[in-house]
Design a protein around this ligand. Structure first.
Ligand SMILES: [Mg+2]
Length: 241
């Protein structure tokens, strides 16, 4: 049975990074192994990224302004490397390598293991599916293509291409308009508390926060640990409430 937030909904809109697709962690670790003096594990990188994003969200909420480094190339990965103990200089040197690797193949090309089944399942239930993503380079389609899931969505909105970005209400309203649905009959699923969940909720959408590590007990939106819960998969015993 569908998650309560999806029952009776006509559409489900997803965030991309951290929700449908994930960074290619082994490649990101390999790129800086010499600079870091060790090879980071995927799990520690994943956790560091979740914490970086949570801290970034709090910063934005407190200051009411965009992050100072948000327009800096690969700011998330720089902050992840810093959090894992690399120095500022090593992080700065990593940027050129990230650029080169990203040109070759999108760095966010790891498909969430449950995403294909969940998206197909929602479509079978008659829901329209779409993606809204904040990108630095207009390559949302490219990322989803590299991950092998681009063709599953009827609508892709890339912030860089449409000229507005989450958490602005404008990008959510644009998706609703293009899908031809009302906010109240549309779910939004994303991993950022501020830019996805609270922002979608503010326009009246049924926001669901993907919180795999349980970092957001303060959430006023329903939380899921994994995408499978959207189709009613049982959550594990440590699940977020
Ligand atoms: Mg995200």
């Amino acid at each position: 049975m569908l998650h309560p937030s999806l029952r009776g909904a006509r559409a489900c809109v997803f965030d991309a990074g951290g929700t449908l697709i994930h960074p290619d962690w082994p490649r990101l670790a390999g790129l800086v192994a010499d600079l870091a003096g060790r090879t980071f594990g995927a799990d520690e990188m994943r956790r560091a990224m979740s914490e970086v994003l949570k801290a970034a969200g709090s910063e934005v909420q407190k200051s009411g302004a965009p992050l100072t480094d948000e327009r800096t190339r690969h700011w998330v990965f720089r902050r992840v490397y810093l959090a894992l103990g690399m120095g500022e200089e090593a992080c700065a040197r990593a940027v050129g390598r990230l650029d080169a690797a990203h040109d070759e193949r999108h760095l966010w090309c790891g498909l969430d293991a449950e995403a294909p089944r969940v998206v197909e399942g929602l479509k079978c239930e008659g829901l329209l599916t779409a993606v809204i993503s904040n990108t630095e380079d207009g390559r949302l389609g490219d990322a989803l293509q590299a991950a092998g899931i681009a063709s599953s969505f009827g609508l892709l909105l890339d912030s860089q291409l449409v000229g507005c970005r989450k958490p602005d209400a404008a990008i959510f309203r644009l998706a609703l308009e293009r899908l031809g649905v009302e906010a109240g009959e549309t779910a939004f699923v994303g991993d950022s508390y501020e830019s996805d969940a609270l922002a979608a909720r503010a326009v009246g959408m049924r926001a669901v926060l993907l919180d795999p590590l349980g970092l957001h007990p303060e959430s006023v939106c329903p939380r899921i640990r994994s995408l499978g819960e959207l189709l009613g998969d049982a959550r594990d015993s440590t699940a977020a409430s």
